[in-house]
Design a protein around this ligand. Structure first.
Ligand code: PLP
Length: 406
């Protein structure tokens, strides 16, 4: 086989479809988020980032950075091994205690990313619980899908957020068959939120274990940032709560929080935990400072919600279509990969506004969009510039607007 020709041909295919991924090279500036420098063709451009998942700007928080500096100086750069082989640092243990407390669980277990925590956590449970059948929401994240696939357990897909469909599918199995229901709280592309209480009612009725991904909710919702399940007083009814330290907490890493035995079970059997170098202690310390801070400070969450509200209202005033949802994610719908890319390029080149186009397979074909994530570090001036630029491009491209309410 001519491997190189094959690679070229496949890449030409995605280019033709308009979904070839071009990374934007930026350097974010601490103290100046969401502003950054873009590197392009040997030149630089000052830009405003409107698509970061560092939702609260915690990546530049003084407490987080100080904690990281301190531990970097105290412990050095890396963990020095897998957790089994000399890599368990005091700061991993402290962070796990903080996370267990955040979710009101006995234990927590750290992974190198949210992706790995889903893949290893879900994969290990589904593979090791004898005869387990997994019920997976149709819009679950790739990391959950891959974990379930890896487990080789029987998998049933239930209609997105459709509790009746879940109930019907669970009822097809004998009461004593082990069942695991996997879903998210905030779905990151549409920004919709799962009916968690209803899902738990159905799972309890059928004796199913529950696994929730709160990656786009931890830090952001609930009085201590424990996620939507905390806000709704449901954490104690959920078997496993999974989260990331890479989004609202502004650092890196993933985790599950659950009973001591469940975490110990995953710790003992998950290859994605056992056979990989642990997170650098400085990152664990930064994440720990971030989690601790957001347990006690509501200011970031309040300002975040206020900025989201302002951006949505301004889009509505101009009739720029965006998916309505109860979360902090604002998907501005374009519906064509080429157009989406052109709009994104135009915003960047003409206004220094960075919003990454979102294409298949991240969203279905025909649902291409600009995913805008306002944050507490966007100013009124940043919002004005975003809205003016979007309105401009909407007019230039004669894109459809919604009726504007009088
Ligand atoms: N779960 C969901 C729903 C996600 O959207 C993502 C990443 O975007 C992950 C898990 C993976 O988390 P991480 O970025 O920490 O690997």
């Amino acid at each position: 086989m001519d491997f190189e020709a094959y690679f070229k041909q496949e890449l030409a295919g995605v280019q033709e479809e308009g979904r070839y991924r071009i990374f934007t090279e930026i350097e974010r500036h601490r103290g100046a988020f969401p502003h950054a420098t873009r590197y392009i063709d040997g030149e630089t451009q000052e830009v405003t980032v409107w698509c970061s998942n560092d939702y609260l700007g915690m990546g530049q928080n003084r407490l987080v950075i100080d904690a990281m500096h301190k531990v970097l100086d105290e412990c050095g750069a890396g963990a020095g091994g897998t957790r089994n082989i000399s890599g368990t640092n005091h700061h991993h243990v402290l962070l796990e205690q903080e996370l267990a407390d955040l979710h009101g669980k006995e234990s927590a277990l750290l992974f190198t990313s949210g992706y790995v925590s889903n893949w290893a956590g879900l994969g290990t449970l589904a593979a090791r619980i004898p005869d387990c059948v997994v019920f997976s929401d149709a819009l679950n994240h790739a990391s959950m899908i891959e974990g379930i696939r890896y487990s080789k357990a029987e998998r049933r897909i239930w209609k997105h957020n459709d509790v009746e469909d879940l109930d019907r599918q669970l009822a097809e199995y004998p009461a004593d068959r082990p069942k695991l229901v996997a879903f998210e709280s905030v779905y990151s592309m549409d920004g919709d939120i799962a009916p968690i209480a209803d899902i738990l009612d159905v799972c309890e009725k059928h004796g199913a274990m529950t696994y929730i991904d709160e990656v786009h909710a931890v830090g952001l919702y609930g009085p201590r940032g424990g996620g939507v399940a905390e806000r709704e007083g449901l954490m104690d009814r959920i078997t496993v709560i999974e989260g990331t330290l890479g989004k609202a907490y502004g650092t890196m890493g993933g985790y599950i929080a659950a009973s001591a035995d469940l975490c110990d079970f995953v710790r003992s059997f998950a290859s994605g935990f056992i056979f990989t170098t642990a997170l650098p202690p400085a990152i664990a310390a930064g994440a720990c400072a971030s989690v601790k801070h957001l347990k006690n400070s509501q200011a970031e969450r309040d300002l975040h919600q206020e900025t989201v509200r302002q951006v949505r209202t301004r889009l509505d005033m101009l009739g720029i279509p965006h998916l309505p949802n109860p979360s902090h994610i604002i998907p501005v719908m374009v519906g064509d990969p080429h157009k989406c890319k052109r709009i994104s390029d135009w915003l960047m080149d003409n206004h220094g506004i960075y919003v990454q186009p979102i294409n298949y397979p991240t969203v279905p074909r025909g649902e291409e969009r600009l995913r805008i994530t306002p944050s507490p570090v966007h100013s009124g001036d940043d919002i004005d510039r975003l809205i003016t630029a979007l309105s401009d491009i909407w007019s230039q491209c004669e894109l459809a607007r919604r009726d504007v309410a009088a």
